[in-house]
Design a protein around this ligand. Structure first.
Ligand SMILES: *[C@@H]1O[C@H](CO)[C@@H](O)[C@H](O)[C@H]1NC(C)=O
Ligand SMILES: *[C@@H]1O[C@H](CO)[C@@H](O)[C@H](O)[C@H]1NC(C)=O
Length: 144
């Protein structure tokens, strides 16, 4: 097959993948199950792992709110940035700090570890994603 023909098929393929994903989460009563892991590379607090879900094609922030409502053990705060949307400020009482050069990083572990280029207000989790909220310092950027 010519490459040009392949390019014509690409949108169709993407549509197919999208509709398969959508029907997968509709089949599970409209909820996409995810795991949220809170990990802290600065103070070395032990990891905490929680199960929650997002609505079908819903944003991560929704799943975090659902978890906060149902678990006495998970809290978070965020601020609204005019340009970039919700910005994660603190998790379980620990806040990022300019003075200490620390912040909460969003990572997603599927087969690989990915660093989404969008925040909690835009990231749409896939079924069984492990969302990692990692407390880290500005300077340890090269480490995972
Ligand atoms: C804590 O979670 C991180 C991110 O998933 C992982 O790399 C690390 O090995 C975990 N630490 C322990 C002690 O399980
Ligand atoms: C900065 O780090 C110190 C030592 O870990 C801690 O006691 C202090 O509360 C932190 N400050 C902020 C604003 O987070």
């Amino acid at each position: 097959m010519k490459t040009r023909n392949l390019f014509c098929l690409l949108p169709l393929l993407l549509l197919l993948i999208w509709s398969l994903q959508t029907s997968a989460c509709v089949a599970q009563s409209g909820q996409t199950p995810i795991t949220i892991r809170v990990t802290d590379s600065v103070t070395n607090t032990p990891n905490k792992t929680y199960s929650t879900s997002v609505k079908c094609r819903g944003i991560l922030l929704g799943g975090m709110r659902r978890l906060q409502e149902t678990s006495s053990d998970f809290t978070f705060t965020y601020s609204e940035n005019a340009d970039y949307g919700p910005f994660l400020e603190s998790v379980n009482g620990l806040a990022g700090s300019d003075a200490n050069q620390t912040y909460w990083e969003l990572l997603v572990s599927t087969c690989d570890l990915i660093r989404p280029d969008v925040g909690i207000g835009c990231y749409i989790p896939n079924a069984n994603d492990m969302i990692i909220l990692k407390y880290r310092t500005w300077s340890d950027h090269s480490k995972k």
